[in-house]
Design a binder for this molecule. Structure first.
Ligand code: ATP
Ligand code: ATP
Ligand code: MG
Ligand code: MG
Ligand code: MG
Ligand code: MG
Ligand code: MG
Length: 273
């Protein structure tokens, strides 16, 4: 029975159920963070505090949708959340899922700002865009994650070289010119011979991004190790080894290779249906 004669307008709403049985990736990205990072004097090329703030906001999302999200992967001002194939969260309504995840991440980012950014005043409300992409097979999902981590690598190597040049006295324009068309190998060599920077010694959080999961049943994380369990609202530091001994936190933040097979072979449950 209709509540009022106006209720017919509800029929104009669009049904937007995500296909059943598919992985769904919810990716959000900071709006105009080039400006936002300048306005808040983020360290360049990477402000660890800001990255750990994003990780804490992502944990808040994972905590709230614990049974529905498999894990999350983040870098720079973006985060990808992977919705389990069998999840019936909000009856798989896309707009409800997307808007809730993006707004929860945004409010958690502000909520935890002072905890990570100390006395840096937050000058205005940050915002994030979001999208949902369906991946019908696990190979598609693996390739999606590999694409994001390859992006982390390419951007971070470029930014590390760029800011080494700038901090070494070159203008931003000159630095861009110098790096134009250079290969990864050339950037690595330039960093090492001219600035004494061994790129592989850079913080794994910068090079590999952050992979966050509520537990790792195997206790194995493959290859390069960098892990910390965290308590509510704390993001992991990116020290190598099993940093911190508390072990009572729920979340594990890893900075590991997710392009190759090792990590996934050691943790098959992460991609289980
Ligand atoms: P858009 O609204 O289209 O996303 P954007 O300015 O946010 O525009 P991105 O491609 O998302 O563009 O790039 C993010 C920007 O924020 C980059 O310039 C990056 O250097 C900066 N940034 C994000 N996080 C950090 C961080 N932790 N430390 C330093 N800089 C950061
Ligand atoms: P959902 O997540 O499905 O939206 P909900 O609990 O938010 O669940 P709504 O139908 O949106 O359900 O109802 C909003 C609830 O919040 C109502 O119970 C309403 O009484 C309460 N509420 C919202 N704003 C106020 C307010 N300003 N003063 C008092 N109560 C409020
Ligand atoms: Mg963008
Ligand atoms: Mg952005
Ligand atoms: Mg971005
Ligand atoms: Mg309501
Ligand atoms: Mg409501």
């Amino acid at each position: 029975m209709a509540c009022s004669r106006f209720e017919y307008v509800k029929a104009f709403e669009r049904h937007d159920r995500l296909l059943p049985g598919c992985w769904a990736v919810i990716r959000l990205d900071g709006r105009s963070f080039t400006n936002f990072s300048k306005a808040h004097a983020f360290a360049k090329p990477n402000d660890s505090r800001a990255l750990r703030l994003c990780n804490a906001a992502a944990e808040a999302v994972l905590r709230d949708f614990d049974q529905h999200l498999a894990f999350a992967y983040g870098e720079s001002d973006e985060f990808s959340f992977v919705l389990k194939r069998q999840s019936a969260l909000f009856a798989r309504r896309e707009s409800k899922i997307l808007s809730t995840v993006v707004s929860l991440f945004s409010s958690a980012y502000v909520f935890y700002w002072n905890k990570f950014m100390g006395d840096v005043p937050l000058k205005g409300p940050p915002s994030f865009d979001g999208r949902v992409v369906l991946y019908p097979t696990t190979k598609h999902l693996r390739d999606y994650l590999a694409w994001r981590q390859a992006d982390t690598h390419v951007n971070n190597l470029f930014n590390t070289a760029f800011w080494a040049l700038v901090k070494g006295g070159k203008s931003q324009r000159e630095s861009e010119e110098i790096l134009k068309g250079t290969s990864s190998k050339e950037k690595n060599e330039m960093l090492f011979t001219e600035y004494g920077i061994n790129y592989n010694d850079e913080d794994a959080m910068f090079r590999k991004g952050s992979f966050i999961v509520s537990n790792l049943p195997s206790g194995r994380w493959g290859g390069e190790v960098s892990l910390k369990r965290t308590r509510e609202g704390e993001a992991a530091s990116s020290e190598c080894g099993m940093a911190g001994g508390d072990g009572d936190g729920k979340f594990v933040t890893l900075h590991v290779d997710i392009i190759g097979d090792t990590f996934w072979n050691e943790n098959p449950d992460l991609l289980a249906p």
